[in-house]
Design a protein around this ligand. Sequence first.
Ligand SMILES: [Zn+2]
Length: 322
Amino acid sequence: MFLIVKELQPSIRLRKLEALLRRLPSHHRERRRVEDEYARRMAGYRGEQSVGYHLIPMLSKEFLVLYDLRMQKNSSFYQMDIQILTPAFFVILEVKNMSGTLCFDQPFSQLIRTINGKEEAFACPIVQVKRQANYLENWASVYRIPVHSYVVISNPATIIKSIPAYSDIVVKTVIHAAAVEEKITSLRTRYREPLMSPKELFKLSKKLKNLHVPDNPDLLSMFQIRRNELLTGVHCPSCSSIPMRKISGAWSCRKCGCLTKTAHLNTLDDYVLLLGTSITNRQVREFLQVSSTFSASKLLASLNLSHTGTYRNRAYLLPVLT
Ligand SMILES: [Zn+2]
């Protein structure tokens, strides 16, 4: 039986941002915004990773974990960082990897972060996690399973504060990563009676996993970047330098000396992440900087892709990334 029902892995959005940074010229006007968004998303991913380590000692067949589940109801999305399902209770963890001092200001539904003397406001994660808990409660309503939700601060050096009138709710809801195990243990003591069989629980976890809707934005339109602004050429899988040169059947990196026969596959992944799954012979030549039609055809043939259209405007379908 799988204990981690949905694994933690870099999201498609994170992989798209990584590909865009590789292919956006260093002086590009949007580069800073893309870098900021990438840094924020990467910090979120690292935060979930570090909280994940604290869950490992608790894993058992009656303790199922789902990472990054994003579900849709009407036009609303419910993105939950970590879901823990047990036969007696469910837990949602909203992970915040933020440094500095965090002050929870409930009446205004704000989280105010102070770092290096600068204040910045964010949407309150307590409100967010309560909303997610209500949504999950609906799913578990037949079994009357209690759902608990916490905001987990993954950076141990972060200082947590609240305005005095709301310190109770903050103390109950906001915890450091190191306190996760203790919280779960106390819930185990509180809810001893299983309300579902392990089989029912596993079935429900699969059902939730199947409802996942990946966050898959079109980054070029989001940042208003034209496709002809992207750097082309095969990138080095070791140092990301562009372009690699083809020397007697292998791709060679001028910068780090890396020599590989498969670098074009990583570059085609970048193409899918940024431009889509349909590619023509001409587009292969442009994106990979391959000069001859014959070499591009040979490369496409080696991939065994399905295609549409007649010979001259044939479009090949690259595999969708999941
Ligand atoms: Zn290199």
